[in-house]
Each structure stands twice: as C-alpha cells, then as structure tokens.
Design a protein around this ligand. Structure first.
Ligand SMILES: Cc1cc2nc3c(=O)[nH]c(=O)nc-3n(C[C@H](O)[C@H](O)[C@H](O)COP(=O)(O)OP(=O)(O)OC[C@H]3O[C@@H](n4cnc5c(N)ncnc54)[C@H](O)[C@@H]3O)c2cc1C
Length: 344
C-alpha cells in the first residue's frame, strides 16, 4: 500500500530502494528533504537482497568484507533515521510533469506529487527465468525457489539446484552445510563460474551431474520428487527432493521507464550528464541505471553511492536555486538546510 498522503508534494521521490536509492535517501535526509522511496519488491536492497543476500562483498569502502544482506540492513538503518516514506511492493508506472513543474508519479493505483525525482531503478524490475514445466507454478513457494532470501529455508532439506552459472555454483557451495544433500544439474559440462569456485565444487560433497536437465516435478502439497534426464542418452533418474532451486538467470527490463520521455543510452541506461541530470528538468538518475555519454558504466555499489550523493545534492539546488550543491561535512554537523535559505 503506497503512502496515503499522495496529495502532499514531496521534495524528492526515489524510484528503486537498492543501495543507490537507499544511500540517496540518506543524503536527502541530511539535506532535510521530505523524501518518498518506491520499490516494486517487497523488501529494500535491490540486487543485493534478491540475488545474492548471502554472498560476501569485498569492495564496499570501509568494509573489508560484508555480507550483502548485512550491508542492506546497515543502509536501511542509515536511511531510515530521517524517516522517509517507504512504499514497498509498488511499481512506479508513469512519470509526468504538470504545467507548474511539479512531477506526477503513478504507483499503487495513486498519483504522487514531487518537486524532484531520482531514478535508481538498477537493471529495472527483474524477473527470474523460468522453466516451462507443466505444473511448476503449483510448486512455487512450495519447494520451488528462484532466489535465496534465507538460507535457513534449506536447512536439512534434500535440495536440487538447476543451473550452470555463478549463482548456481555459489549457492551449491553456500548451502552445502545447511542442506541434507545437494544435487546440482547443468545441461552442459562447462560451468560459467569463477575457476576457484568450480575447483571447490569438485572437492565438495555436492553431487554434480552435467548434461542433465529437469524434466518433471511432483508431490502433494509440497514438492517431493524430481525427474532429471541425461540429454545425451535420454535416460531418466528420479530423485527424492524437498526443494528445487532454479538458478537460470533473470530478465531485466526498464519496462514503463522507457515511456517517460527520458533520453536513453542503448536499451538499458538512462542518459545523464556529469551532474546526474537527465534530459527532464528535476529528474536525476544514479547507480546501475545511469550512464554518461562516452563513459563506460562501472556498475558497482560504490559507484552508485557516489552518483546518488551527487544527484541528491544537485536536486537540492533545483528545489532552491540559492542552495549550494556541496552539503558541508556530516562530521562537522554544519550541514546547510535548504529550509534556512531565503526563497524556500
Ligand atoms: C551476483 C552479483 C554479485 C555482485 N557483487 C557485487 C560486488 O561484490 N560489489 C559491487 O560493488 N557490486 C556487485 N554487484 C553489482 C551491484 O549489486 C549493483 O551495482 C547494485 O545493486 C546497483 O544498485 P542500484 O541501487 O543502482 O540498483 P539495484 O540494486 O538493481 O536496485 C534497483 C531497485 O529498483 C527497483 N525498481 C526498478 N524499476 C522500478 C519501478 N518502476 N518502480 C519501483 N521500483 C523499481 C528494483 O526492484 C530494485 O530493487 C553484484 C551484482 C550481482 C548480480
């Protein structure tokens, strides 16, 4: 349910609660902006929460090593100290400008008003690639998973993992001490994963079956059995399983964002200038979704933090042209509130 006060005009609305959006929201709080954040997912954290919550990240400043889910928790805590309005489970479907310059956003069946907008929509709203097995929909949430949000779900289970990329291999290694047993099947004999992980896999108790595909699943209220097939000999094997994790990659699409009149770069980036401004006045983009002409995008968490910081501080000057982009130092707590400036 989106914020019921949809008629209030926010200073800044952020689309996407991944690391860039969360850190942008924190900076908006520091600058005393009234802020609203939307995410289509039911939780904050973007790719970190959905795709790799249990993986360690080694390249976040100040954290030699941190689990993705722990970083999300800290980012959320940092952002929420300013009490922005968090609207989860809400996809922003349209963005328009009124004649008076106020921006209108459609989400959750309501229209929300904002002076500025920061788009931190990452790779867009993403959906997991699925298999076209006859009854697979019936077992989604009943033993069939596409993401790992909590390792404990697999504790003591007989787990079948399907896939040959980084995620499949990493989850097989990550879950081996939780699951009762793990079988990993891949339709080829080459894995697209880090060589060190492949070596670790071959020395692990994970039962790896290459040239195998998932053919059928069955069970009563929960999944109980999976039939896998050797794609060279067509020989079928039935496995007793409690869970099947399908790591077949995901599709990402900017979806409605492409229709908002934003200048795009290629098919997946919103074009921004060095101030993170898009071609629409008062609309900024940062993180994985933003790209500057002639600059190869570096889609990393640290890059998104810096871009979101810049975008929010530039947005402050759009709201009040007398404000400075530079916010001052948080350590000195001499931050300049735009509300203290004339003309606000
Ligand atoms: C497996 C993997 C491992 C990685 N490891 C690292 C690493 O070690 N170090 C590193 O720096 N980077 C790593 N990355 C990259 C890093 O995760 C991304 O750079 C980062 O998540 C980008 O953050 P973001 O906030 O810009 O976008 P995202 O994290 O993609 O968040 C965007 C959010 O916007 C939401 N959204 C999209 N469209 C809408 C809409 N219309 N309405 C509402 N919400 C919307 C999405 O649901 C999503 O939650 C990794 C990525 C992957 C896939």
């Amino acid at each position: 349910m989106a914020n019921e006060n949809s008629n209030d005009i926010c200073d800044l609305t952020i689309i996407g609660a991944g690391p860039s959006g969360l850190f942008g929201s924190f900076y908006a709080g520091l600058r005393e902006l009234c802020t609203k954040i939307f995410d289509v997912l039911p939780e904050v954290g973007g790719q970190l929460a959905v795709l790799y919550p249990e993986k360690f990240i080694y390249d976040v400043p100040g954290h030699p090593k941190i689990l993705a889910k722990d970083l999300v928790k800290l980012l959320q805590e940092q952002a929420m100290q300013w009490k922005p309005t968090l609207c989860l489970g809400n996809r922003v479907t349209d963005l328009r400008r009124r004649a008076d310059g106020i921006l209108e956003l459609d989400a959750g069946g309501m229209t929300h008003l904002s002076k500025t907008v920061l788009i931190t929509a990452g790779v867009g709203a993403f959906t997991a690639n699925k298999l076209t097995l006859e009854n697979i929909g019936r077992f989604e949430g009943r033993g069939v998973y596409y993401f790992v949000q909590d390792k404990m779900v697999f504790r003591g289970k007989r787990l079948l993992i399907v896939g040959g990329g980084d995620s499949a291999v990493d989850w097989a290694l990550n879950l081996k001490d939780y699951a009762k047993s793990i079988t990993l099947i891949h339709r080829r004999d080459q894995f697209r994963a880090a060589p060190a992980s492949i070596t670790e896999l071959s020395n692990s108790p994970v039962n790896v079956r290459t040239f195998h595909e998932l053919k059928r699943i069955s069970g009563e209220s929960q999944i109980e059995r999976a039939v896998i097939c050797d794609n060279r000999t067509k020989e079928e094997t039935a496995l007793d399983v409690d869970a099947v994790l399908l790591n077949l990659g995901f599709k990402a699409d900017l979806g409605p964002i492409k229709k908002w009149g934003l200048e795009l770069q290629g098919t997946r980036y919103i074009k921004v200038n060095a101030r993170m401004e898009t071609n629409l006045p008062g609309v900024y983009a940062a993180g994985d979704i933003a790209a500057q002409p002639a600059v190869e995008p570096v889609n990393l968490i640290a890059t998104g933090f810096a871009q979101a910081t810049l975008a929010v501080n530039v947005a402050v000057t759009h709201i009040n042209p007398q404000a400075k982009v530079f916010p001052g130092h948080s350590s000195e707590r001499r931050l300049c509130s735009i509300k203290d400036l004339p003309g606000f």
